[in-house]
Design a protein. Structure first.
Length: 440
């Protein structure tokens, strides 16, 4: 019967997704369906152990620290200083605050590391300002959601940490690999904003370009916020600290700056920061635990091996294989939240692409850029929902405005997919040697 077929839990998973059941509960429900109705020979304790063991990994301590860092940044005034620096850099360009929106997301990527956190922050701060400058609500929402796709790509994005733990590459190398696609995505979005702004007559937010002295003066004012990403990366690359320790040091640094330099971080903010950290960490870790248990079901039925064999059977050409995988990921990203898609699909796809000579770090860049594009697309794009719900923008109007930005990001995706030298430019500067195994 179909209801007892080993593949049916995957159908259950997607049914639950379409019913808007939370991702973690969907994964848990489909896993339990398998072990209750299909494979009831497995001891219950062994299944529960998969949930527990999934989060018993020291590197996962980095996740709450970096989540807390983003929260501390917002309350300490460091986010405001980044906003001022972005305004000096890009406010004179056509599109004004829309350009600032893109630059700010790139700067915030090194701090918040979360697309939804960045989207929520900019929805509250920048969208009202963009409306005052005469930009339509739907365009403002589309720019905000699109630019937020950059944040998890630039270190220390949580998705970078997740992929590193899944694939076995080092977190430090993954962090370095995130800069090039993040910068390319920012440039592509800014070019798109410029073209639209020229066509529609959107004015700059500054009357003239900032002088070098003005840029240096604002950089000096924002120096503490700008230093945080570099301190994190250098600390790990020099072997001074682990990713978890780097996150803890960054949080402490932001606390000290917020209290003694900016004088904005107060005692009553601490419970709010802890609450936001616990809520965000809990939502991430329960998905990881549920995905681990779901992966245990797939391992029992050798589904990863089946998928790998099927993909490899399509073509022996790694470039065609990457094209197929990109199309699959873009479609999956329309229905599944990016972090969940990464946790579920990366363990299945990494062995397949490595067997065709694709470096795992290079593939990490591809899959992370891809799933962030999925967060912009209907029907279940997470950044789309976040921005539209905060600014009260209609989904149909949002979709009409966001498609040029999606096209721009897909161009970047194609570039990093088919040019390893571009995708891994910065890791190679630091001595990274790509791993090429299997059939080339």
């Amino acid at each position: 019967m179909i209801f007892t077929h080993p593949m049916f839990p995957i159908a259950v998973l997607f049914i639950l997704f379409f019913m808007n059941v939370p991702i973690a509960l969907s994964l848990i429900g489909s896993t339990l369906y398998y072990f209750v109705f299909i494979n009831d020979n497995m001891p219950t304790s062994l299944v529960i152990q998969q949930f527990v063991s999934a989060v018993e990994s020291f590197p996962y301590l980095a996740v709450p620290f970096f989540i807390m860092l983003g929260s501390v940044m917002n309350y300490s005034g460091l986010s405001d200083s980044l906003m001022d620096f972005a305004e000096v850099l890009a406010g004179h360009l056509k599109g004004g605050l829309a350009q600032v929106n893109c630059v700010l997301s790139a700067l915030m990527g090194g701090i918040s590391g979360s697309a939804n956190a960045d989207a929520a922050m900019e929805s509250k701060i920048l969208v009202p300002a963009m409306l005052k400058k005469g930009m339509p609500l739907d365009f403002s929402a589309a720019v905000t959601a699109s630019s937020s796709a950059v944040s998890p790509v630039i270190p220390p994005g949580n998705n970078l940490i997740m992929y590193a733990l899944i694939s076995g590459v080092t977190v430090g190398d993954m962090f370095l690999a995130g800069y090039t696609p993040g910068i390319l995505m920012t440039i592509a979005l800014m070019i798109t904003v410029y073209i639209i702004a020229v066509k529609r007559g959107y004015a700059p937010s500054r009357e003239k370009r900032a002088t070098p002295i003005e840029v240096l003066r604002q950089a000096f004012k924002s120096i503490f916020a700008l230093c945080i990403p570099f301190v994190i990366i250098l600390g790990m690359r020099l072997g001074v600290c682990t990713p978890s320790e780097a996150g803890g040091v960054a949080v402490l640094f932001a606390f000290v700056i917020g209290v003694f330099a900016h004088h904005k971080l107060k005692l009553h903010h601490i419970p709010l920061i802890l609450k936001e950290t616990v809520q965000s960490t809990g939502s991430v870790m329960i998905i990881i635990a549920a995905a681990k248990a779901f992966g245990f079901y797939m391992s029992c039925e050798s589904i990863p091996e089946m998928i790998t064999t099927a993909l490899l059977g399509l073509t022996e050409n790694k470039f065609l294989l990457l094209m197929v995988i990109n199309v699959v990921l873009l479609v999956v990203g329309m229905f599944i939240e990016g972090g969940a898609a990464l946790i579920i699909l990366a363990p299945l796809l990494v062995p397949a692409v490595m067997s065709r000579g694709v470096d795992p770090l290079h593939f990490g860049v591809i899959i992370i850029v891809n799933i962030m594009i999925g967060g912009l697309t209907p029907p279940f794009g997470s950044m789309m929902f976040t921005v539209c719900s905060i600014v009260n923008c209609r989904f149909d109007k949002f979709v009409k405005q966001v498609w040029p930005f999606i096209v721009a990001l897909i161009i970047v995706l194609v570039l990093v997919t088919y040019s390893e030298n571009v995708a891994l430019a910065i890791p190679k500067l630091f001595g990274y040697v790509p791993i090429h195994t299997g059939v080339l």
